[in-house]
Structures are given as structure tokens and as C-alpha cells.
Ligand binder design. Sequence first.
Ligand code: NAD
Ligand code: AKB
Length: 320
Amino acid sequence: MSSILVTGALGQIGSELVPALRARFGTDRVIATDLRVLPSRAAAVEAPYDHLDCTEPQQLHEAVRRYDVGTIYHLAALLSASAEAAPQLAWSVNMAGIYNVLEVARAYYCQVFFPSSIGAFGPSTPKDATPQVTIQRPTTIYGVTKVAGELLCDYYASRFEVDTRGLRLPGLVSYVAAPGGGTTDYAAEMFLHAMRYGRYTCFLQAGTRLDMMYMPDALAAMIQVMDAKAGLLHHRNAYNVTAMSVTPAEIAEAIRQHIPGFAVDYEADPVRQAIADSWPRALDDSEARQDWSWAPRYDLEAMTKDILTRLQESLVAARS
Ligand code: NAD
Ligand code: AKB
């Protein structure tokens, strides 16, 4: 049976997607790869692990041949804030990455997952109930690479019959690996800081409303859309998906239900605030719900309870 290759596997998503795929398909069938060297403590993404730079086509070809790869989850990318700080590098990693992955998929008949984002929308997109098919004129380099990636995946599907699938993911909230340079990172940071220090300084304004999702729902969505019968997919690249539309103040209030003294200051970072202000407030994900039965399990309350319980457990385990 062929293997599953994950690029950018040491990041926020990969650190949890790799164990989830291994639990389902077997450890040996899931090949974790990243530009970074595997840190010794990263047990979750232990072997099989390989160093792979997705901007180097030869490395991708060799990995796909060596491990007999049939499916690629292409996670490697620069996120919105990091991309804005280094637009040329972002273009090179995000665009060369998806192009090389699609080329190798064309040659070896691989299925491809591409994670697009709410960042694929811009200020002229309807901000509420953002439709599946709508205006996409992002004003960030991250957004430009996400729209181009969506279109390139569609092109490879129709022109070369590559089985490409994708999601427009909202900000993902998790506690396993730190988020990597995004505009929505504040949400994950808020939980960690609430538990460790009882206070947090947020880099977005209190009322900035954006779509969010707890990581277990995001992992389920990624695996589900890849499993779906091709005939059901009216929009391969990429489906709107969301679980909640929330502000920093609302997340802080949900945390206060468990940690009453939690204090939050707001010191908006102009770059990340401008990015957030250019994104939708709430996506309409009804087409994903209709086509492949997408349904999130966690709302804000359920997510908050689960994260704080698990952080508390790991704190107790670390102390004993
Ligand atoms: P992350 O920044 O945490 O991880 C990205 C990984 O890619 C890092 O481990 C990095 O070392 C690796 N990488 C960078 N350059 C590389 C290269 N040239 N070759 C191979 N690996 C390289 O990102 P993430 O949060 O895990 O996101 C994964 C994907 O999902 C990205 O495409 C991102 O745009 C998308 N996405 C993420 C979110 C989110 O909230 N986390 C939301 C929407 C979309
Ligand atoms: C970011 O903020 O850049 C990501 C995303 C929503 O794509 N978390």
C-alpha cells in the first residue's frame, strides 16, 4: 500500500496531523518531512522522518519514489505575518512549494491536500456569511499565494486529472505546538498565557472578529475531505470551513469562566491588525456541510474547556 507524505510536518498543524494519520493508517505509512531538523523531543513526529525542502523539486521526487507516496498533505508555507515580513521568501516558499508538489503529483499520480485560508479573501470580499464563490482580491502576499495555490490546484485537477482537494481554514487553536507566524496566533497564545501567567497582552484589538476552529475539528476536516467520493466535490479548491466566529474579548471571557482572574491588555500590532481587518468576520461553510457532511464538534465553550483541561493535565504531569 502506498504512503502518505506530509510537508512542513513540524509546524502547528503537522505536529498533530502526523499522529492522527499514523493512528488511522499506521506509523510506517506516514512520512513526516520538514525543512527543519527534527528536535529530539518531537516524539509525535518521530520516524519515519526525512529532511525535505519543498522548494527543491529533486528532493520531492526522490522522497515520493523512495517511500512509494500516493498522497501528499502539503503544509509547508510561510503564514500571514511572517510572509508580510519577508514577501519575496513567502512567494518562493509558498508558490514554488505548491508548484513542485503538483508536478510530482502529476508524474506519480498522487492525491494532494492544499491548505488554503481565510487569508485568501480581502477587503472587498463580503465580510459576513462570506460565500464559497465570491470576490478574492487579498491585499497580503500570503493571500496572493493562497488564491494562486487554489487556482493552480484547480488547473492541475482539470488539465492533468491530479486529485487535488483543499480547505479554506480559519485560525486554528491548539496547545500541542506553538503557532508559526500567523495573524490568528493570539488565540492559541491566550490559552497558554492564561494557564501559565494569568495574563496576556493581545496584538489584535478586543473586538476583532474572525473565524476560528479547534485543531481536532481541523484534522477531521482535512482527513474527511481527502476521503470524500470525488463525485461529491463541487468545489475542490478550496472549501470554506469554520467552527466559530469570535473576538479576542469573547475568548478571554470564555477563559474567565474557568480562570476568573485572567487579565488581558490590548496593544494592537499595526501590521497584524491591518491583516485581520482585511479578512472576513464569518464564513458561510454550507457547501462543505452539503457536499461532504462537514460539521465541527467544538464551539467556543467546548474548545475552552477541553484546552484548559488538557493544559492543566500536562502541567500536573510535568510537576510530578
Ligand atoms: P507552521 O508555520 O506552524 O508550519 C509550517 C512548517 O513548514 C514549519 O515547520 C516550517 O519549518 C516548514 N517549512 C517552511 N519552509 C519550508 C520549506 N521550504 N520546505 C519544507 N518545509 C518548510 O504552519 P501551520 O500552522 O502548521 O500551517 C500549515 C499550512 O496550513 C500552511 O500552508 C498554512 O498557510 C495553512 N493554514 C494554517 C492555519 C493555521 O491557523 N495554523 C490556518 C489556515 C491555513
Ligand atoms: C494566519 O493567521 O496566517 C493563519 C491563517 C488564518 O491562515 N492562521
